[in-house]
Design a protein. Structure first.
Length: 118
């Protein structure tokens, strides 16, 4: 979705540049074009796109508050990043180097049925 936002901003900037460099255009007109066609719509779209993340954060805060209210020693939260392996090396050598299927073919349990000869 961010690709659409970036593309929209590119179009809005190009519209503003065209307005500013036009013989009858002005910098004020370019600024108004950029704000009304670029910043305003994109701020609304970004606000709407962020709604699920805000809702998720609110639920997490409520769960932490409820856990603290019930006497839990630590609030419910994400995994501690110091406990996670930090190796940047890949887990295996060359993934998909052979370009084969990831698993062995399963045996056919039912024999194929042929059409009768006419």
């Amino acid at each position: 979705m961010y690709l659409v936002l970036i593309a929209w901003m590119y179009v809005a900037v190009m519209m503003a540049v065209a307005e500013a460099t036009s013989t009858t255009g002005t910098l004020l007109g370019a600024l108004v074009t950029f704000v009304l066609y670029g910043l305003l719509p994109m701020s609304i779209v970004l606000y709407l796109m962020g709604a699920p993340a805000r809702r998720k954060a609110a639920k997490k805060r409520e769960a932490a508050d409820a856990a603290l209210a019930m006497g839990a020693s630590t609030p419910v939260g994400p995994i501690d990043p110091t406990n996670v392996a930090t190796s940047t090396e890949p887990l295996s050598g060359q993934p998909d180097a052979g370009r084969h299927a990831t698993g062995a073919a399963e045996p056919v349990a039912v024999a194929p049925v042929r059409e009768e000869a006419r």
